[in-house]
Design a protein around this ligand. Structure first.
Ligand code: GDD
Ligand code: MN
Length: 376
């Protein structure tokens, strides 16, 4: 497979030459893949781009992509698009240019990719990982708080290092998340990317890294990062919490209930046996529920393909039947303990539990809004 290692640079003239050499050496450890280096430089005033341009003559596998400075996220998006469209990358690696990410750790990332993982995170905050010892207590704390905030903000606790910029990614994962990433210009890109990846069904794994000290040049991270990250977290929280999905589900269910009742009453008056009338009403309600949930409640996950609909509809029926069973069992247990006259209480309780069951099954099984990702 083809690996493209993307190195974003802004004023890294003291680092970039050494890093290219080190990556060339490290990539010999996974020579069963073809490796290319792509430096994405934003017209660094210190001449990083010019140096890389020169180095492309020495290293045939090295490419320079220059552009306007628009932030780290934009540099990565530009680089990843180029890596995929122009270089034919199957695997993309993210790495900083300043040796805070040890190039010698790279083979361990590729090993995980070879083992079938789609997204490998170099993590400072799992066992075996670290941040520099000589960082002040405050800096260490801020770094940890940052990650904790993300985990709480996104209510996703499987990943320990959200902001890490040392990663290996299969191209399909990038392509699947690409449309959601436009607009993440700065460092928030790393968080947004991983957030989308976790929803994509990719197999994600963290491996420990020792995050080093920057030897040459300066960090480009600024206060705007904290601000943008907070905005991202707050927006996500509002969006995910305020989604009135459950309310829509209840409205749809109520319509279904009305259809069920009306059909039952009308058919009985037309002389059809109540059991059959109830069955017809029930199935019409299920068709209504399936249709409205599909086009409204779960519209982001709408099933449109004609070939998928019959199968999904059967699964929907089976899932909904689960709530009928729950209702029956609840009434049975309740009336056995408290006597038959209490049946209405247990009917309501059964309907309530059945609703939760349906909502859960529709989310997890029928429309799969939470496609679960395994994090190792
Ligand atoms: N092309 C380009 N454009 N490159 C940039 C830009 C930009 O606007 N801003 C930063 N870079 C490059 C740097 O030259 C370096 O290679 C890499 O991105 C990381 O930048 P640093 O300035 O060294 O970041 P840091 O060490 O302070 O930040 C670390 O923590 C972040 C959050 O935890 C890095 O590990 C980041 O990758 C990480 O996201
Ligand atoms: Mn750095």
């Amino acid at each position: 497979m083809k690996i493209v290692i993307i190195i974003p640079t802004y004023n890294e003239v003291e680092n970039i030459g050494r890093l290219i050499e080190a990556l060339e050496t490290a990539s010999r450890r996974f020579s069963h893949h073809e490796t290319q280096l792509l430096v994405v430089d934003d017209n660094s005033p210190d001449g990083t781009g010019k140096l890389v341009e020169k180095l492309t003559k020495k290293f045939p596998s090295l490419t320079l992509l220059s552009g306007e400075k628009q932030g780290l996220g934009q540099a990565y998006l530009r680089g990843m698009d180029f890596a995929v469209d122009k270089l034919g990358a199957d695997i993309i690696v993210e790495i900083d240019a300043d040796f805070q990410h040890d190039p010698l750790a790279l083979p361990a990332f590729i090993e995980r990719i070879d083992a079938g993982y789609d997204f490998v995170i170099g993590s400072r905050y799992i066992k075996g990982g670290s941040i520099p010892n000589n960082w002040s207590a405050l800096r260490k704390l801020l770094s940890k708080i940052g990650n904790l905030l993300v985990r709480i903000g996104l209510l996703t606790f499987g990943v320990h290092d959200w902001t890490s910029g040392y990663r290996a990614v299969k191209t399909w994962v990038y392509q699947r998340t690409r449309t959601q990433l436009t607009g993440f210009n700065g460092y928030t890109f790393q968080v947004a990317f991983l957030h989308q990846v976790l929803r994509s069904g990719a197999k994600v794994v963290e491996i420990p890294i020792q995050f080093g000290e920057r030897k040459y040049g300066k960090s480009k991270i600024g206060g705007e990062y904290v601000k943008n990250l907070l905005i991202y977290l707050i927006k996500t929280r509002i969006h995910e919490t305020a989604t009135p999905r459950f309310l829509k589900f209840l409205v749809v269910g109520t319509i279904g209930f009305v259809i069920n009742t009306v059909v039952l009453e009308v058919l009985v008056r037309l002389g059809i046996r109540p059991s059959i009338s109830g069955g017809i009403g029930g199935e019409l309600a299920i068709i209504s529920n399936f249709t409205f949930n599909n086009i409204w409640t779960f519209k982001e996950k709408k099933i449109t393909s004609i070939r998928q609909i019959p199968g999904k509809f059967i699964i929907f029926n089976l899932a909904s039947f689960g709530s009928v069973i729950i209702q029956t069992i609840t009434i049975e247990i309740g009336t056995r303990i408290f006597g038959v006259p209490t049946y209405r209480i247990f009917y309501v309780l059964g309907v309530g539990i059945g609703l939760i069951w349906n909502y859960f099954m529709y989310n997890r099984v029928v429309w799969q809004t939470h496609k679960k990702t395994k994090i190792s």
